[in-house]
Design a protein around this ligand. Structure first.
Ligand SMILES: Nc1nc2c(c(=O)[nH]1)N[C@H]1C(S)=C(S)[C@@H](COP(=O)(O)O)O[C@H]1N2
Ligand SMILES: [Mo]
Length: 326
């Protein structure tokens, strides 16, 4: 099925990075110096009571996945990307810098037992087992996923709002951001032996972004438990941001005072910012973000501001210069 996927029109990250890796020997890489230039403003207050979920609860059961994979469309009328594509075209640098080999490389990834430690600036720090996480009331969310590499998919996720988890630990008033960490286990994740990157993968959100009802922790897709290649057993989904914010196989969530420095900000600080809101008007330094290729389609489509979720989230950024805070 790999043949169904047209080649990327842009330079894949790995080619660029391997070039950089080559240049590093010549002392051409001075990455970290720019990190302090990433100023982050004081967050706006968190929105009040998020709207009730629209879809009926659809827990990703551990037992007997359905044999029939249903299909549908998002609210714009665009079809779900086929299950086989969603689960075979993956970005997951812990397993491979190429997309197609990830599923095979991750197939034996151990997701039980699994514990997620939630702490930092909270009243009630606590460890959640996977079974406890699966007990949060789940919903199905049909979301567009727009990768910074300018391709996109439509994915039917199963999960629960991150806000519900955060409510249980009771963030303190000083908590302004949420920091997420992927499992660090080079024995299982061969990519983590690559010294070019600083492991584990880290991502972050402003607290009000984290509390927004669109932000979910996914435990499944297509009504099945999340496959390892898609971030099992638990990954973040923030549909108005570029896909690299969707940190996979989360083991640690901390409420913090300062903006976390993400994996991609560390790896390539001039190219990847903290916010990473989908924005057709702000080009990546190496390509335009004005259009995208929906996987399975031949012609390109226009990229929508905030990936089509502007109505729900634009208010979070009122008064901010989104060219500066990219
Ligand atoms: N831990 C971890 N999380 C990650 C990545 C990664 O390399 N490692 N890649 C990100 C990127 S760039 C994208 S586009 C999405 C892809 O999610 P998918 O493979 O489920 O489509 O995962 C994100 N989460
Ligand atoms: Mo991505």
């Amino acid at each position: 099925m790999q043949n169904d996927i047209p080649a990327l029109e842009i330079t894949p990250e790995r080619l660029y990075l391997s070039r950089r890796q080559f240049m590093r020997g010549a002392g051409a890489l001075a990455a970290s110096a720019l990190l302090t230039a990433c100023g982050v403003p004081t967050p706006t207050p968190a929105p009040t009571a998020p709207p009730a979920p629209t879809a009926p609860p659809a827990p990703a059961s551990r037992a007997a996945p359905p044999t029939q994979v249903a299909s549908g469309a998002d609210e714009l009328g665009d079809k779900w990307t086929p299950f086989d594509v969603v689960t075979n075209y993956n970005n997951y640098y812990e397993f491979s810098l190429d997309k197609e080999p990830v599923a095979q490389a991750a197939r034996n990834f151990k997701t039980t037992p699994w514990t997620v430690h939630v702490g930092g600036l909270v009243n009630k720090p606590r460890a959640f087992t996977l079974d406890e996480l699966l007990q949060f009331p789940h919903t199905e969310r049909i979301y567009r996923l727009r990768c910074v590499e300018a391709w996109s998919m439509v994915v039917p996720w199963n999960g629960f709002p991150l806000a519900q988890l955060l409510a249980q630990v009771e963030p303190l008033a000083q908590a302004k951001y949420v920091r997420f960490e992927t499992l660090l286990d080079p024995a299982q994740m061969p990519g983590q032996r690559d010294k070019y990157f600083k492991w584990p993968y880290v991502e972050g959100l402003r607290l009000d972004e984290a509390m927004h009802d669109l932000t979910i922790l996914a435990t499944g897709l297509y009504g099945k438990p999340l496959p390892p290649q898609d971030g099992a057993p638990l990954r973040l989904v923030v549909p108005w941001k570029y896909g690299f914010k969707y940190v996979k196989s989360i083991v640690k969530i901390d409420l913090v005072e300062d903006a976390p420095v993400s994996f991609w900000m560390t790896s390539s600080p001039t190219e990847y910012g903290f916010y990473a809101n989908v924005n057709p008007e702000v080009s990546h330094p190496r390509w335009s973000q004005a259009t995208e290729r929906r996987i399975g389609e031949t012609s390109r489509r226009k990229t929508l501001p905030f990936n089509g979720y502007a109505e729900q989230v634009a208010a979070l950024y009122q008064g901010m210069d989104l060219r500066k805070f990219f």
